[in-house]
Design a protein around this ligand. Structure first.
Ligand SMILES: [Zn+2]
Ligand SMILES: [Zn+2]
Length: 432
């Protein structure tokens, strides 16, 4: 009997999980510099939460949700995205009574029943931020700049930023009606799916990958030409803030993001390292969402980044190298007779903050050295009866092949000084 991970899921093994931890750590450090605070919401919510927020006409709600009934007869859904749960939590916990805006970030798995393909899973991971309680265009710019700042902080150099405005309830219905008329006039050229979209959700016509549909949509009316004064001013202000920070962007009127809740600013960042599926993050403003959940009228904006695709981009950029420098130590035990003092040394080193390990499978000394090498330990400490007797141990720097003779009672201090100087980036200080 053998078990396999469910279709569309994958185990994140240590090599990959370490990269994820690194990306998450860089994210939380930076998000907190921008004064965003962590929030953790349940992985499942009442199904209504997503139907209400994302919209019943979207692909997500129609086909992609993991919805189930629990033993109490409630309809629950594994979260397909992170914004709706955060907004539900904002209303649920009366966070509108806290100082505004409330700036939050989250990380965790999301679930969508989609056809699995390279880099796309049914359980996938996202990092996201939400700023709730401000309609200031400067905070739209902050959201965009934070995302760009983050991508740069993990080593991505070439990025393209697309921005758009989707208007508001005052101007968008008029535009959608216009778009619908346009699509009806070109119905013969549209694919089967798109013909259904014309009635249901004309904005989705922009998402179709079919050549003929794309050709039609290239000449479709552009939402940016139909914005009212308020939305136009807002969009121009966002652009000025981006210009002030020297961030380049391309206005892309077709960028009408897949969920119903977006209003005004939307944005997306793509990486040329990712080929056709090249978006690594996107977001936008959602000024009606808090009301949808029964809260007072409250504007909000946020973004989400896909961890899987981000990892591929950072790998392709070769930017994980910086984190791979290890300073761990391995105690090679030359004789079983010294196992106990070796274990004492192990805990002394760990107590001093040095990542340290020892053999647990009874390998020969040669086998231990092979293991240490394979696992990439930076320092190997040799401990045998002779070392205990003389009080002097040999420490080998596996990277430089240099060997040091160190007094056993000074070893912990000596090594922690070296490790400290290395993790501070000042390189190895040679001592003996
Ligand atoms: Zn408007
Ligand atoms: Zn189509």
């Amino acid at each position: 009997m053998r078990f396999y991970a469910p279709k569309g899921t994958t185990d994140i093994l240590p090599d990959m999980a370490k990269k994820w931890r690194y990306l998450e750590r860089k994210a939380s450090d930076l998000f907190e510099k921008y004064e965003y605070e962590p929030i953790v919401t349940p992985i499942f919510e009442h199904t209504d939460v997503f139907q209400r927020a994302i919209g019943t006409s979207t692909d997500i709600v129609q086909k992609e949700m993991y919805t189930f009934e629990d033993k109490g007869g409630r309809s629950l859904t594994l979260r397909p995205e992170g914004t709706a749960p955060v907004i539900r939590a904002y209303v649920d916990n009366n966070m509108n009574q806290m100082p505004q805006p409330v700036k939050l970030y989250y990380t965790g798995p999301m679930f969508r029943y989609e056809r699995p393909q390279a880099g796309r899973y049914r359980q996938f991971f996202q990092l996201g931020v939400e700023a709730i309680g401000s309609d200031d265009p400067a905070i739209d710019a902050e959201s965009i700049l934070l995302m760009i700042d983050y991508f740069r902080s993990v080593g991505l150099k070439e990025l393209t930023l697309y921005i758009n405005s989707m208007g508001c309830e005052n101007d968008r219905p008029k535009y959608v009606e216009l778009l619908k008329q346009y699509a009806i006039a070109h119905e013969q050229e549209l694919c089967k799916d798109c013909r259904k979209r014309v009635e249901l959700n004309p904005l989705r016509l922009f998402d179709c990958k079919e050549e003929s549909c794309r050709r039609v949509m290239e000449h479709a009316p552009k939402i940016t030409d139909y914005l009212d004064e308020d939305c136009k001013n807002h969009f121009n202000a966002v652009r000025r803030y981006l210009d002030m920070q020297g961030v380049q962007y391309i206005i892309k009127p077709e960028l009408v993001r897949g969920l119903d809740y977006y209003t005004k600013t939307t944005f997306e960042v793509v990486s040329p390292l990712l080929g056709a599926q090249n978006a690594i993050g996107g977001g936008g403003r959602y000024n009606k969402l808090v009301e949808e959940f029964g809260g007072p009228p409250t504007p909000g904006i946020g973004f989400a980044i896909g961890l899987e695709r981000l990892t591929i981009a950072v790998e392709k950029e070769g930017a994980f190298v910086a984190m791979e420098e290890k300073t761990d130590a391995f105690i090679a035990v030359a004789d079983k007779a010294v196992k106990e003092p070796a274990v004492n040394l192990l805990y002394a080193l760990r107590g001093a903050g040095i990542a340290t390990d020892i053999d647990y499978t009874g390998r020969s000394l040669k086998g231990q050295l092979k293991y240490a090498n394979k696992k990439g330990f930076r320092y190997t400490i040799f401990l045998g009866p002779q070392e205990l007797e003389t009080g002097i141990v040999q420490v080998k720097d596996m990277k430089t092949s240099e060997q040091y003779a160190i007094k056993l009672n000074e070893l912990v201090d000596w090594l922690s000084n070296i490790v400290k100087s290395q993790t501070m980036g000042s390189g190895v200080t040679k001592q003996s």
